[in-house]
Design a protein around this ligand. Structure first.
Ligand code: PMP
Length: 425
């Protein structure tokens, strides 16, 4: 199944008209919202789909023998179908709805952990991981006595296949890597990493939180065994995310949280008879409206045309990197323009990132400053933090111009003078 339109049949994305799809932009103008890696705004089709669900179909799923409940169940089934097809899953049964990437990673560390990891085994992560794809594995190591191996990140901000291969071995029970770095926007060679992991019989878990909003992700083509992402970073609602799992592996996972919706039958004493995945891994009432909104968000992105979205990202990222090249004392970290994903991390020489953030905020520009929930990576880069600019489909060239003008006028402030090495975000 090919979801990517060709360059010929995809017109260029026109952010000025895209902006009309996002009601919050009318309220927040003239704020230049450049913190989309933290969360994106929501377009009307997402808001409408969720409102429509609550106005017409709201009821609990899979447990009411009446029409409204069946309709609600059909909404959830349809959302699973749309989401699975949007990411190249072979079947909707490979899609588990979670509350987000963090929840999906914790689910995996718990279930894969119980299934595969014991004392003396190794788990491989990379040096660029977000805490959500580091701490669950670290805790699993602490609980089991397994060892955490950290693959280094190269000077461009990517994982090298050879470094990954060097870390692999028969005792590596899980490898977990980011698709796109939330700090630098750099892209890892997932396809190659998956081949290397599989050579050792190791499942590859991919943190796709920063990839899904920017690429037409195809889990089968990537060879990912598990792929996790959050709805809210891809124009969908907060509180919903996805754990994709290749059927052969997902179907064997033990339950995570247990409770309503996960069992066929229960007694007080006999072994519990659990339903198959994905429902086995979705205890309790699911976030149906969230799933419906997420399906609408991925459909919205497809309708914009992936080629147009990609070219828009490339245009803004390369435009910013070029413009920053003309600014004294402003430096781009890593190589975000090599394969642009929509994220660019900057530092201003001699000025604390929080002072830069405060200055930009006063000029109506929202960016994220600090360590981006990846202090281990910032330590490795030898930085107190960065100023992270992250684009979405509604950002414009003129916002990039505004940002560059603002960067040209930033001066040291209280953070630089009084707390030059302090960081907490
Ligand atoms: N991984 C990456 C790469 C991220 O950027 C984020 C969000 N900052 C997460 C995981 C966690 O996502 P969430 O907070 O939506 O669970």
């Amino acid at each position: 199944m090919s979801r990517m339109k060709t360059r010929e049949d995809s017109p260029a994305l026109r952010p000025e008209s895209v902006r009309k799809d996002f009601p919050i932009l009318a309220r927040t103008a003239p704020l230049a919202y450049l913190d989309n890696a933290a969360t994106t705004h929501k377009p009307w089709p997402v808001l409408d789909a969720m409102t429509e669900y609550y106005c017409t179909s709201n009821s609990n799923v899979g447990r009411g023998y009446y029409r409204l409940s069946m309709e609600s169940t059909a909404c959830l089934d349809q959302a699973r179908l749309v989401v699975g097809s949007a990411i190249g899953a072979r079947s909707p049964h490979e899609v588990v709805f979670t509350s987000g990437t963090t929840d999906a990673m914790n689910l995996l560390a718990d279930t894969l952990g119980r299934q595969r990891v014991s004392h003396g085994d190794r788990i491989v992560v990379t040096g660029m991981e977000h805490n959500s794809n580091l701490l669950p594995w670290r805790r699993l190591c602490e609980r089991t006595g397994a060892q955490l191996m950290v693959v280094p990140v190269n000077a461009a901000g990517r994982v090298e296949l050879s470094d990954f291969e060097a870390a692999m071995g028969p005792d590596v029970r899980v490898a977990a890597v980011s698709h796109v770095s939330n700090v630098l926007g750099t892209v890892n060679p997932i396809r190659e990493l998956a081949v290397a992991a599989h050579r050792h019989g190791t499942p590859l878990v991919v943190d796709g939180a920063q990839a899904v909003p920017h690429w037409p992700v195809d889990v089968a083509d990537l060879g990912a065994d598990f792929y996790c992402f959050s709805g809210h970073k891809a124009y969908g609602p907060m509180g919903v995310g996805v754990l994709y799992g290749r059927h052969e592996l997902l179907s064997t996972l033990p339950p995570y949280q247990v409770g309503g919706g996960t069992v066929k039958g229960v007694t007080f004493t006999a072994p519990v008879d659990y339903v198959p995945a994905p429902e086995r891994l979705e205890a309790g009432t699911p976030n149906v409206a969230g799933a419906v909104g997420l399906a609408a968000a991925l459909t919205y992105l497809q309708d914009l045309g992936w080629d147009a979205v990609r070219r828009h990202d490339e245009h803004l990222v390369r435009g910013l990197v070029d413009a920053v090249g003309d600014l004294d004392r402003v430096h781009v970290i890593g190589d975000p323009a090599g394969q642009p994903s929509g994220i660019v991390s900057l530092v201003v020489e001699g000025i604390h990132p929080y002072d830069v953030g405060g200055h930009l905020d006063r000029l109506g520009i929202a960016v994220r400053c600090g360590v981006h929930c990846a202090s281990t990576f910032l330590d490795d880069l030898g930085l107190v933090g960065t100023v992270r600019v992250s684009f979405a489909v509604y950002n414009t060239e003129s916002e990039v111009d505004r940002l560059c003008h603002a960067l040209a006028t930033v001066r040291p402030g209280d953070w630089t003078r009084d707390h030059p090495t302090t960081r907490f975000l």
